[in-house]
Design a protein around this ligand. Structure first.
Ligand code: XMP
Length: 509
């Protein structure tokens, strides 16, 4: 494992991702993780992340001694570099220039770290402190205009430090630098392969579960679908996948999920609970209240169904991903104001009488797709846009009624169908329609109409955290708008949302 020591930078997860993309297994650990915990990962090299602190802060996090004494290759990034310099006897000072954004790096000494790279290239800086005196036996191998010691190395040991951020895409050869560090400097060979991970995961699940039964809440989304297929391969029919139809899904969705899984040999237990959901949503307009009620109802339905299907269930499987694991371990990292409660439907109460199985807890979203592909989940299931747990309820502004859902489903269906026809579906991260509680006047034929406004939303994004509105072609929007107004009763005006995230969110509620 390439162990990334977390000093709290907003880019730490990116480091892990990049390292995995290069073909090495990597995990993030807190800077105060114990020696035993880290040894379990079988570390092959350490990367020290950036962080918000200054080494002179009273509570500045320190590089653990077992890292410094390990004799393994070490790469310090930003704060990681400063902590290295400071702890090994160098000097760090506030510089006059805060350096933030692109800077030109100039290589001043040949080194395997720069193999195959030009002498000058753009890097991404984000710091106000800088290393002013090198520790003993260190030398500078690159600089930038404002940073004398932009890249330093130990003269004999494989210890490197960079002041900029190679993990962000704005650093021109960032990935190449990480490759050079791990392969040229550290001498490691890439060995992280999805096939191997899948094989080992299935074996591990088989051993852990034995002949016991496992329940799984299937949403039809990528994560729970991959979990279902993994478990099916490991334990066959002892997997009990339950699909709760909330009545708030996209058109035909319930039917499609059941059919798709049946083709894979997996029998899904389909529960139509839509009446219950409409009942609890009656009169509710507040978005968070909708989420809360849907969440509770989902849990009720799910467990009462599970109880009916099997007397004794030992395990509950969930599609938790690596970013969720990291976030839940470091809540202060998410200390930012609560925008939405975002739990998936099925966000579970504590103290459940089940052991939890989370086969995806080491993976990022794009890796889950890769894993799904490796174990044979059809492309069409892998490429589905994300869909919020509370479903169409948060895309109907105001009260959720059956009629509103029906109207929205029809409009949404046309939008998605056309995106696929025009070859645009895979070019956007997410696309959907939103039904507004606003009526406007129109004219159809010789008649005045007074009907609802529908908003279309399509965004591009890497991870849903930030997003840009998709620049869909005007002809396409024109065509979709015409179809919706001609075919969907109750809508006489279509608008397109041109707001990015931030300041807006992707969903409207
Ligand atoms: P926002 O609207 O916060 O959405 O920009 C970011 C991503 O999360 C999805 N989303 C949800 N997913 N439960 C979910 O499982 C929720 O309550 C929820 N709200 C938003 C949204 O569709 C987008 O992909």
């Amino acid at each position: 494992t390439v162990v990334v020591i977390d000093f709290g930078s907003q880019y730490t997860q990116l480091i892990v991702r990049r390292v995995r993309e290069i073909g090495f297994y990597s995990e993030l650990v807190d800077y105060d993780a114990s020696y035993e915990q880290v040894q379990k990962l079988n570390p092959l090299a350490y990367i020290l992340s950036g962080g918000p602190n200054s080494v002179y802060d009273v509570d500045a996090p320190k590089i653990p001694n077992y890292v410094l004494e390990s004799n393994l290759p070490i790469l310090g990034i930003c704060y990681g570099l400063q902590a290295l310099a400071y702890q090994l006897g160098g000097n760090v000072e506030k510089s006059d220039h805060r350096e933030f954004g692109p800077a030109e790096l100039e290589v001043i000494k040949d080194d395997p770290f720069f193999k195959g790279l030009p002498k000058k290239f753009t890097v991404w800086m984000s710091h106000s402190d800088g290393v002013t005196n090198l520790p003993k036996d260190f030398e500078t191998i690159a600089k930038s205009e404002y940073t004398e010691n932009a890249v330093i190395r130990h003269k004999e040991k494989k210890i490197y430090g960079v002041q900029f951020h190679p993990e962000v895409v704005h650093t021109k050869y960032g990935k190449e630098l990480l490759i050079n560090f791990l392969i040229e400097v550290a001498g490691l060979k890439p060995n992280w392969k999805m096939e191997k991970f899948a094989e080992e995961m299935i074996k591990e699940l088989k051993e852990r579960i034995g002949n016991e039964k496992v329940i799984l809440g299937l949403s039809g989304g990528v994560d729970s679908s991959v979990v279902a297929l993994l478990l099916h391969k490991a334990i066959g029919d002892n997997l009990i996948p339950i699909f709760v139809d909330t009545g708030l899904l996209r058109k035909n969705e319930g039917k499609e999920v059941v059919e798709n899984f049946s083709k894979l040999g997996i029998k899904v237990h389909y529960v139509d609970a839509s009446e219950r959901f409409f009942e609890v949503l009656k009169g509710v307009e507040d978005p968070e209240e909708k989420r809360k009620r849907i969440g509770h109802t989902f849990i009720d339905v799910f467990y009462s169904e599970a109880g009916k299907l099997a007397k004794e269930v030992k395990f509950l499987a969930q599609g938790t991903l690596y970013p969720d694991v990291i976030e839940s371990k470091a809540p202060e990292r998410k200390a930012s104001a609560k925008i939405k409660t975002h739990h998936n439907v099925g966000g579970l109460p504590e103290n459940l009488p089940f052991e939890i199985i989370e086969p995806l807890r080491y993976l990022f979203k794009d890796e889950v797709r890769q894993l799904g592909r490796t174990i044979g989940l059809p492309e069409q299931m892998l490429k589905r846009h994300p869909f919020p747990g509370p479903g169409l309820a948060v895309r109907i502004i105001g009260e959720v009624t059956k009629e509103a859902v029906k109207t929205l489903q029809e409009a949404d269906y046309i939008f998605i169908e056309e995106l696929k026809k025009w070859d645009l579906y895979e070019k956007v991260w997410q696309a959907f329609a939103v039904l507004l509680p606003v009526k406007s006047v129109g004219v159809m034929g010789d008649y005045r109409t007074y009907e609802n406004v529908l908003a279309l939303r399509a965004v591009t994004s890497e991870d849903g955290m930030t997003a840009d509105w998709a620049k869909l072609p005007y002809e396409f929007l024109n065509h979709v708008s015409k179809r919706i107004i001609n075919e969907v009763k109750g809508i006489n005006r279509v608008v397109y949302d041109i707001t990015s995230k931030p300041p807006a969110t992707i969903e409207w509620e």
